[in-house]
Design a protein around this ligand. Structure first.
Ligand code: MSP
Length: 515
């Protein structure tokens, strides 16, 4: 059973061969929004991200730059860390697969598989795409033996590999997916995997000869071979929990009892491109060593540009850090989270980016600035003593809607509900006409201002998972020490709070910047 007070959440670990782009940023920001939302509810969250640093792709990328692989790893891991810092990612651990601890856990894991008779030696003959780090059969290939996924040339390989008896777990995996309808969400992805599992499942090649791929973790039972980079990478989720102690004797390394650790993960957040590795390879490998499976896999959609895939060769990759420099971190986070329905694809356009930015500025930013200005102007900056219940039903309905949307990972819906509350509050200002109340009915004005303060306090909590930096700016302007939780937002007294004005939360920007 999952402990509702503790949750272990992961992103994929990103290939350290390329720069962070908007797709990586989306996955990480989506996971971050969940982490922040759960923490607001008092959940003890452990949030993991990191970089995937082994394999032929890294080796080739380093050669192309005239660098040692480790030099390139350090450089790129640094870039990902810096990117996540600038995008306000609140991870608890950044793991790198070149860490000694991880390499030791990989070796312990494959040793365990080997000892349990799960590995045999075989030979592999087929086509390999370095970019996707995966094999294809001849019938899958495009023209000139191109990779069907990325279009790059594949190479023909014939070599000795070690294989994991993945096929033996096909029935157990299908049963697991059928008995746990929410194990893979959304349903379309679950069906995709069930469809895939209707064909016989093959065994998994888990090694590469060191003569061809030197940059990897050598197998303890044959040092001339390194672990297949996907096997190495998936194990990161386990390493980070500390569940496995590779230095202990083989029967006491922790594979038999993980109850004292964070394993199993509560949620793996991934893109739809890496669904098979996470929902077929990973769970069967875990079955092979006798460990419990992750509790859930959330697979999101793909960001495209217009209707074209983003790619370096097309030169259409959107740089999240440039957008962040032009518009601010929270504008990028808001756009990505609000624009993409979790699970579906979405298309990046500068016009949509600006439209979403305008929403932040004109609805939320405008509400915050007018409410604070009126309290300063009419009540010397102190929220008056009055009932604050003018918008209460809208607030409680929004909180309920946001909670249930977040429980289904529909972050876009939770945020839409929050923005609607800000619209409702702006409508309330128009309806109550505080500027007229100031002259004609001061008691009504007190009620209006107190109610608006309560609504803004709730909005501060509701927007915090998406726009944490701006909400941290807004909180003190509302006379609060810090951003409240949803519960606190409802319970907090409004009367007597000293508010203060500040620069616009979301200053005006021009279309040219978004382009
Ligand atoms: N290293 C592997 C993952 C190993 S996890 C044990 C990998 N890395 S990656 O750098 O290619 O990043 C993959 C992840 O980035 C995808 O799963 C997805 O989460 C995200 N995205 C990369 N491009 C994307 C888009 N264009 N759109 C949305 N997300 C995409 O695969």
């Amino acid at each position: 059973m999952s402990d509702p007070a503790r949750r272990y959440l992961t992103t994929p670990i990103y290939y350290a061969s390329g720069e962070p782009h908007i797709g990586h940023a989306y996955t990480t920001i989506l996971a971050d929004a969940l982490a922040r939302f759960w923490r607001q509810d008092g959940v003890d969250v452990f949030f993991l991200t990191g970089t995937d640093e082994h394999g032929p792709k890294m080796q080739t990328a380093a050669e192309e730059r005239g660098m040692e692989p480790m030099e390139l790893c350090d450089l790129m891991a640094g870039k990902f860390q810096a990117a996540w810092e600038r995008l306000e990612i609140s991870h608890d651990r950044f793991i790198r697969t070149t860490e000694q601890e991880h390499k030791d856990v990989v070796r312990a894991f494959v040793t365990r598989l080997h000892e349990r008779g799960e590995i045999y030696e075989g030979s592999y003959s087929g086509w390999y795409c370095i970019h996707e780090e995966r094999y294809w059969t001849e019938k899958d290939l495009g023209e000139d033996n191109a990779c069907p996924d990325c279009g790059r040339p594949t190479q023909h390989l014939e070599e000795k590999n070690y294989f994991f008896r993945m096929s033996a777990y096909q029935d157990a995996l299908v049963r697991h997916i059928e008995e746990n309808p929410d194990w893979i969400v959304p349903e379309i992805r679950r069906n995709e995997i069930l469809g895939f599992l209707r064909q016989p499942l093959g065994d998994l090649s888990i090694s590469r000869p060191r003569s061809r791929v030197a940059w990897g973790v050598p197998l303890p039972f044959d040092e001339d071979h390194v672990a297949y980079v996907w096997v190495d990478a998936l194990i990161n989720y386990l390493t980070a929990t500390g569940a496995i102690d590779p230095s202990a004797p083989s029967d006491a390394q922790g594979f038999d009892d993980v109850s004292a650790s964070r394993w199993p993960a509560d949620l793996h957040v991934i893109g739809k491109d890496i669904l098979t590795t996470h929902s077929v390879y990973w769970p069967t490998l875990l079955m092979g060593v006798g460990l419990p499976l992750p509790r859930q896999i959330l697979s999101h959609g793909w960001w495209v540009v217009g209707d074209t895939k983003m790619s370096k060769s097309l030169g259409n990759v959107v740089d999240p850090l440039q957008l962040r420099d032009d518009f601010g971190t929270d504008a990028v986070r808001w756009y990505l989270l609000r624009e993409m329905p979790t699970g579906s694809d979405a298309s990046y356009t500068p016009e949509r980016f600006l439209a979403r930015y305008d929403e932040l500025a004109n609805v939320l930013g405008n509400l915050a600035s007018r409410v604070v200005s009126m309290i300063v102007k009419y009540r010397d900056g102190v929220v008056p003593h009055a009932a604050a219940d003018g918008l209460d039903s809208a607030i409680t309905e929004t909180m309920a809607a946001a909670r249930s949307a977040m429980a289904e990972y529909k972050v876009h819906e939770a945020l839409a509900a929050a923005m609607d509350l800000a619209r409702t509050a702006n409508g309330y200002v128009e309806e109550r006409q505080p500027w007229t109340q100031a002259k004609e009915s001061p008691d009504d004005l007190d009620h209006t201002l107190a109610s608006l303060t309560r609504a803004l306090t709730a909005l501060c909590a509701l927007f915090q998972p998406a726009t944490p930096a701006k909400m941290a700016e807004l909180a003190p302007r509302l006379g609060l020490d810090s951003v409240p939780t949803l519960e606190q937002a409802l319970a907090l007294e409004t009367a007597g709070r000293a508010v203060s004005k500040g620069p616009p939360l979301f200053p005006r920007v021009e279309l040219a910047q978004a382009e």
